[in-house]
Write a protein that binds this ligand. Structure first.
Ligand code: NAD
Ligand code: IPM
Ligand code: MN
Length: 342
C-alpha cells in the first residue's frame, strides 16, 4: 500500500501564490530527508472562478476530503469578486465540511524587537457562530444568525483544556454571555463542565471586551485563549501584532474527532493583501510557520523544529521584509530562511 502523505496545495489569490512559492522547496526538502510525499496543486481561487465559473467542485472537494491528508492554503479574497462567494465556497466550506473545529493560532514572538516572553495560543472554533452564513437583508433590516452546537463547542474546549494541561498554561475563555445569552450561555455551560474535569488547569472566563483591554496591557498574563469563531478571528489578529503583525502569524486547523482522511489545513492568518499583491512585498514567514505547524501535525517534529529555527535564525540575523522594517523581497526572505535548513 502507498503510505505517502498526500498534501493539496491551494495558493489562492493575491499574495497567497507568492508566499506559497516560498514554502514549496521546504516540501522538497522534507522529501529529500526521506518523507514520502505526493503533492496536488489546485488552481482554485478568484482567477479560476472568473475563468470557469467554478469555485470548488464536488469532485475536487471529495478528492480533498477522502484522498488527501492535509491542505496547505495561501489566502483567498479578490476585489473582482466583492461578494466573497469563492472565499465562502472554498475556504469556509473546507473548514466546515471537513469539520475542522479547532483553529490553532499561536503567538510566540521571534521578530526582532518583539517580547520573547509572550507565549499565547488562541484556540478558535472554526466552523460555527456567525460563519454559518445564514441571515437576511430586507429593506431597513438585516439579520445574521450565529449557530453554536454543543459537540463543536465541547471539541474546541476539550482541545484547549488538554493543551493547557499538557503545557501547564492558564486558559481563558473569551465570551459575551452577558449579551449573547443563548450561544455564549452554551459556551459557559460546557466550559463549566470541563473546568470540573481539569482541576489542574488554571482557567477562567472573561468578558471579551475586558479581556481585550487586559490583553493589550499585559499580554504575558495570558496563556491559552479559547473563543468562538468570530471573537477568535479578532483576538488572533490582535495577538499577531505582538510578533510583527499580519505577515508573521501562522495557523493550523484540525478535527479532534477525525471524521475524514483530510484532517489538517495549514494557512497563514493573513489574507490576500490586495494592497501589496504582485509586488514581491509579502512576508512569507506566516506561511513558513504554518508549514512548520503542518509538519508537527504530521508528526514530522524534526522538520517542524528545523523550519521554525530557520525562521527565527533568519529574523535574528536581520532578514526582514518591508512590513518588519526591512528591505527584502518575498523571494529574498524565503531564501534567507531556506538557507538555514540543512
Ligand atoms: P489582509 O490580511 O489581507 O491584509 C491586512 C493588512 O496586512 C494589509 O495592509 C496587508 O498588506 C498586510 N499583510 C497581509 N499579509 C501580509 C504579508 N504576508 N506580508 C506583509 N503584509 C501583509 O486583510 P484584509 O486587507 O482585511 O483582506 C484582504 C482580503 O483577504 C479580503 O478579501 C479578505 O476577505 C481576505 N482574507 C482572507 C483570509 C484567508 O484567506 N484566510 C484571511 C483574512 C482576509
Ligand atoms: C481568517 C479570515 C477569514 C475569517 C475570512 C477571509 C473569511 O479573516 O482566516 O482569519 O474570517 O475566518
Ligand atoms: Mn481573520
Amino acid at each position: 500500500m502507498d503510505n505517502s502523505t498526500r498534501i493539496a496545495l491551494l495558493p489562492g489569490d493575491g499574495v497567497g501564490p507568492e508566499v506559497m512559492d516560498e514554502v514549496r522547496p521546504c516540501l522538497a526538502w522534507a522529501e529529500a530527508r526521506g518523507r514520502r510525499l505526493v503533492l496536488l496543486d489546485l488552481p482554485h481561487g478568484a482567477d479560476h472562478c472568473l475563468a470557469t465559473g467554478e469555485t470548488l467542485s464536488e469532485a475536487v472537494f471529495l478528492e480533498l476530503r477522502d484522498r488527501c491528508d492535509a491542505i496547505l492554503f495561501g489566502a483567498v479574497g479578490d476585489p473582482r469578486l466583492p461578494d466573497g462567494r469563492h472565499a465562502e465556497q472554498i475556504l469556509l466550506r473546507l473548514r466546515q465540511d471537513l469539520e475542522l473545529t479547532v483553529n490553532f493560532r499561536p503567538c510566540r514572538p521571534v521578530v526582532v524587537g518583539s517580547d520573547p516572553t509572550i507565549d499565547i495560543e488562541v484556540f478558535r472554533e472554526n466552523t460555527e457562530g456567525p460563519y454559518c452564513l445564514q441571515g437576511t437583508t430586507e429593506p431597513g433590516r438585516a439579520v445574521d444568525f450565529a449557530i453554536h452546537t454543543e459537540p463543536a463547542v465541547r471539541r474546541l474546549l476539550e482541545a484547549a483544556f488538554q493543551r493547557a494541561a499538557a503545557r501547564g498554561h492558564s486558559l481563558t475563555l473569551a465570551h459575551k454571555a452577558n449579551v449573547l445569552k443563548h450561544g455564549h450561555g452554551l459556551w459557559m455551560r460546557v466550559f463549566g463542565d470541563l473546568l470540573a474535569l481539569y482541576p489542574q488547569v488554571v482557567a477562567k472566563a472573561l468578558h471579551a471586551d475586558a479581556l481585550l483591554c487586559a490583553l493589550v496591557q499585559d499580554p504575558r498574563a495570558f496563556g491559552l485563549i479559547a473563543a468562538d469563531n468570530y471573537l477568535g478571528d479578532l483576538i488572533s489578529d490582535l495577538t499577531a501584532a505582538y510578533n510583527g503583525g499580519m505577515g508573521v502569524a501562522p495557523s493550523l486547523s484540525w478535527a479532534p474527532h477525525h471524521p475524514f482522511r483530510c484532517n489538517a489545513l495549514a494557512e497563514p492568518v493573513h489574507g490576500s493583501a490586495p494592497d501589496i499583491a504582485g509586488q514581491g512585498l509579502a512576508n512569507p514567514v506566516g506561511m513558513f510557520l504554518s508549514t512548520a505547524l503542518l509538519f508537527r501535525h504530521l508528526a514530522w517534529e524534526a522538520e517542524a523544529l528545523a523550519l521554525e529555527d530557520a525562521v527565527a535564525g533568519a529574523l535574528k540575523a536581520g532578514a526582514a521584509t518591508r512590513d518588519l522594517g526591512g528591505q527584502l523581497s518575498t523571494k529574498a526572505m524565503g531564501e534567507a530562511v531556506r538557507a538555514r535548513l540543512s
